[in-house]
Every structure is written in C-alpha cells, then in structure tokens.
Design a protein around this ligand. Sequence first.
Ligand code: GLY
Length: 368
Amino acid sequence: MSQVSRRTFVATGTAAVAVATKVFAQGPTVIRRSPAKPVVVSSANGNRYKNGGDMTGVEKAWSMIAQGSDVLDAVIAGVNIVELDPLDDSVGYGGLPNAEGVVQLDSSCMHGPRKRAGAVASIEGVRTPSLVAKAVMDYTDHHLVVGKGAQEFARNMGFTIESDLNTPNSRQKWLEWKRRTDPSHYLDPKTRAEAGYRVALQMVAEGKIDREHLYGTINCDGVSPKGEICGVTTTSGLAWKIPGRVGDSPILGAGLYVDGDVGAAGSTGRGEANLYNLCSFLIVENMRRGMHPKDAAMDALRRVKANTIEKRLLNAGGNPNFGLNFYVVNAAGEYAGASMYPSKYAVCTENGAQTLETEPLLQGKPEP
Ligand code: GLY
C-alpha cells in the first residue's frame, strides 16, 4: 500500500461503512439496507503486478473508489496495471499469443448503476482491451465488437494500434510451443489441437509456464461506499489457441456479470467450461436468491462438474481436469474466491490488500 496510506484506507473505510447501504434479504428480491463495505476483489494477479509503479491492481482500484472515483473507472485502472505489465503473460501487452504467434485479446466490462456493458473479442494491437470494451459501452449502442472491426473501432477512438504485442518472453514461449508441435506431424486438426494442449501441459509440468497463465486472465470487481458495483475482465485467452478462438472473458454472463442491485461475479480458467454454464450469471442469480457469494460460486462449480462428462476433460478420478476460478462480491461488500482446485485470489478493503486462498470444490490439482 503506498499512494494511499493505511490511515487513509482505515479512515475512508470507516466512513464508508457508516454511509453505505445494502444487505440481502431471503427470497427473490434484494432489499437495500445498511451498511455496505467498499471492497475490490480480483484474481490473484491483481495483487501481484505493479508495472514499475507502487500499487498493485486491487490497491489502485480500492484507492480510487475510496477517493470517490466511478467504480468502473477504478477497477479498469486496476486491471490496466496488469494489462500493461510485460511480466504478466496472461493479459494485455505480452499476453501469450495464439497458435500463429499473434496476441489476440478479449475483455468485457459492466457498470451496475448505469446498467451498461461493453466488450471486445479477438482484438489485436491494443495493450488495454479493457479500455476499448469501455469505449464500446460509452460510445456505441452495442455490447460486443470483435476482430478487425474492434481494432478499427479502437483506432477511431484514438487508441494506439501496435503491429505486435509480443514481448521477448511471450515470443520465446510461443517458439518453444511451436517447435514441439510441428503441425506437419498432425494432419487431423482434432489430434493436433489435443497434442497442442498436451504440449502446453508438459511445459507447465516443466515449470516453463505458469499453469494459471494457460487460460490466464484478470477479473476485478468493486463495490463503492454507496454500494455501486462494477466489474471488468480482460485476457489474452487460452495460450496458443486457434486464431479467432474467443473464451468466456468478453461474454456477458460468462466471464463477467454485474447486477447493480445484487453483486458481481467474474472468472479465470477454462473458458469453455464457463461458457457452457454461464457461471457469472448463475452466481449473481444465486446471490439474488439470498446465497452468500461463496455458496453461490460453489453451486456454479458443482454445475460445471456435473456438466463435464467428456472423458478427455476428466482425470483418473472422473473429476474435471482443469482449473476454473470465480471472484464474487455482493452489494453488501461480502466477497469470496472459489475454484475447482485450490487457488488464490486478491482482495482489497479498508485493511489493505491481501492474497487469500480460494474455497476449492476439489482437492489436488489438474493432472498433467
Ligand atoms: N478464461 C479465459 C479464457 O478461457 O479465455
């Protein structure tokens, strides 16, 4: 914690608790009562990278919320730190590229009070897709713009378009993957895709890439002292994906869902599993019915487990063989991180930023 001192955190947080006003009632209707605790919750990388500055993403977002910024501006400023940091190769600049070595990015954002949303998918050449997603929200009648159209939209909005978002790190990792998956050995596209995934897992097992960065992403959600809720998710998607593959991150209800009266949920991990079950929407709807964020997320994980029946996706014990993580906050400022296997998440409150263990559905970790 830096630009905002601990005293500011504590003082602002205490005042905020006195002012804020939401709690859940049993049943389908959410009733606003007091108080709400301002909080920012995110994937663990939200409390890891600083991009040369002195605050992590969750610290930045929380400090802006505490100073009265719009919550969406705050959580986006938080994830911008991670998008721009070349050390995080799961997001934005330096994100791991697709199978052809091109970095393609996805992002979505939702503004609870304004009931607006925006998203981009498969966008190339812009380091901060979260800001382009916000521009879609602010300047168009649409919710999702993709590919070349998203890049042209960004250019017209004044974003710098770069020819290549690879860093030496992301390029070197792609070259290693490419070397091991010489496509001339895999004429059948299905076999080739499976081989590509196997090689990626081998590289994880050898410590060459972080397992979390295979589907690496950042989701960040915040609640203000007034109980305003916003969220953003941004990613370079699945490492070495088929060009044009879009995961859950830019899809409202999957990688992110915000209801300004209820709460927010977002995800990292295997996007395909989340897309099939629209878990962020499910989690927010569970909270609307009165569930605590943790129970709401565990219910979604059980749904994913029940719907995962293809053998190639199961481990020897018959359980899902992939990671999937949810970050959840309700309108009262209660929060949770939940995951298929033990993982971590970040949170920032008036007490400062912390990296915490998620609540896992299963023990162990996915098998290589
Ligand atoms: N969850 C990120 C992705 O699957 O693209």
